[in-house]
Design a protein around this ligand. Structure first.
Ligand code: HGY
Ligand code: MN
Ligand code: MN
Length: 412
């Protein structure tokens, strides 16, 4: 177990060293570093003995086939893209634990009643095109053609990025896995929150994943001379966005037991010290485990934005980029995972919900899903201080091995 844990840690470090930005981890979808990290994952998957390929959108798939020819597929995976200035565990940990599970089956020559697919999803964060789950959407057959025209901050379209990486976007749909052919999904992922630290547990079950809406909000006022234009005649786009940001914060605080609301990215145009901002473009990310409530919050905030637009005579564009409803994890797979946790001698099997989105959201459209949360220091994530102890990695590995044995037993 120690050797395998060391291998996971070594590989986490090797992936963390591949970045588009020096001194921090930065692997947005379709960039050079993103491609290079995908190459490394392909090498490890084929070395493990998996039939490996990169699909059109850039998912890296390693398949261990069952002797039962018409067996269904069981997917284990997570993502290899990162946010900017990321930690090294968010995504890669789940892929590498999945690879270790496949290796465990091969090394022990365990007959499997399903085709095991270890998948490194190409884009979960949606950092470049503000559309999460590009990779797992393609696997689930829910990739939307309109996404191909989405542009990044440099005005490069998703279509161009796919073509540059020699993918022909029209092939995307043909590479999905159908619902009838999919037995289930498992993802190990850092908790990215403080519960496991507070409860002093290495891992826990995930019972569900919050619903999430992402909006692109554009404010267009009139840029002008900062020195000459009277304050009461300005159509200042930044002040409109700022008033809206405070409205977002206050609704989040008002309902903080069941809502989170964030403006994570904001561009000021022309972003010049002595020019009144003519344009501001920012994102809005709202989440709740209560789908109807989230819908309501989206409407309230859009209404508030329209009022601000009118009061300040600043034009508003409200562009919903993506909405994903909440997801419940599968009872039977949770039972398998609970057995895996108990057999690893963990004193309590806790079950919590996930405020963070995961590829399981997309794969839940074609299969029952399950997730294992792994403790990360102080619950910190999306931050280079993200950290998982070798002991917790080793314990997670033990749980994963128990889980896959239980799953094989259940389906044989
Ligand atoms: O934003 C999220 O919840 C995830 O990190 N993509
Ligand atoms: Mn993640
Ligand atoms: Mn993340």
């Amino acid at each position: 177990m120690k050797l395998r844990t060391d291998r996971v840690i070594e590989r986490l470090n090797a992936l963390a060293a591949i970045s588009d930005t020096t001194n921090c981890i930065d692997r947005a979808y379709g960039t050079e570093a993103h491609t290079a990290s995908g190459d490394l994952l392909m090498t490890w998957m084929s070395k493990a003995g998996l039939h490996t390929k990169r699909d059109t959108i850039g998912n890296i798939k390693g398949v261990l086939s069952s002797k039962v020819v018409d067996a269904k597929h069981f997917i284990i995976g997570s993502h290899y893209d990162t946010v900017f200035d990321a930690g090294k565990y968010d995504g890669p940990l789940g892929i590498l634990l999945g690879l270790e599970m496949a290796q465990y089956i091969i090394n022990n020559d365990l007959p499997i009643p399903f085709h095991l697919n270890v998948i490194a999803f190409a884009d979960e964060e949606g950092s470049r095109f503000n559309t999460a789950y590009l990779g797992s959407s393609a696997i689930a057959g829910f990739f939307e053609k309109s996404w191909l025209q989405r542009k990044d901050d440099e005005g490069i379209s998703l279509q161009t990025v796919i073509q540059k990486n020699s993918g022909i976007s029209s092939n995307i749909d043909s590479e999905s896995i159908s619902k009838e052919n999919c037995l289930g999904y498992f993802e190990a992922h850092i908790e990215q929150g403080p519960v496991l630290c507070n409860e002093n547990l290495p891992v826990c079950l995930v019972n569900g994943i919050a619903s999430q809406t992402r909006v692109d909000v554009h404010w267009t006022g009139i840029s002008g001379h900062a020195g000459t234009y009277p304050m009461n005649q300005r159509n200042d786009a930044l002040c409109a966005a700022a008033e809206f940001a405070l409205a977002v914060e206050s609704i989040g605080k008002e309902h903080q037991t069941k809502l989170v609301a964030t403006i994570g990215k904001l561009n000021v145009i022309p972003n010049t010290p002595n020019v009144i901002p003519g344009k501001v473009e920012h994102t809005l990310d709202i989440r709740s485990l209560d789908d109807n409530f989230l819908m309501e919050v989206g409407q309230i905030l859009e209404q508030r934005a329209k009022e601000i637009s009118k009061e300040r005579k600043v034009n508003l564009v409200w562009n919903i980029m993506q909405t994903n409803t909440s997801v419940q994890c599968d009872k039977n797979l949770k039972r398998c995972l609970k057995t895996g946790i108990e057999k690893a001698g963990i004193r309590q099997v806790l079950e919590i919900s996930s405020g963070a989105g995961h590829d399981a959201v997309m794969i839940s459209k074609i299969a029952p899903v399950s997730m294992l949360f792994v403790r990360c220091k102080d619950g910190i994530s999306h931050n280079p201080l993200e950290y998982v102890t070798p002991e917790d990695i080793e314990k997670s590995l033990e749980v994963c091995d128990n889980f896959i044995k239980e799953l094989i037993h259940q389906n044989s």
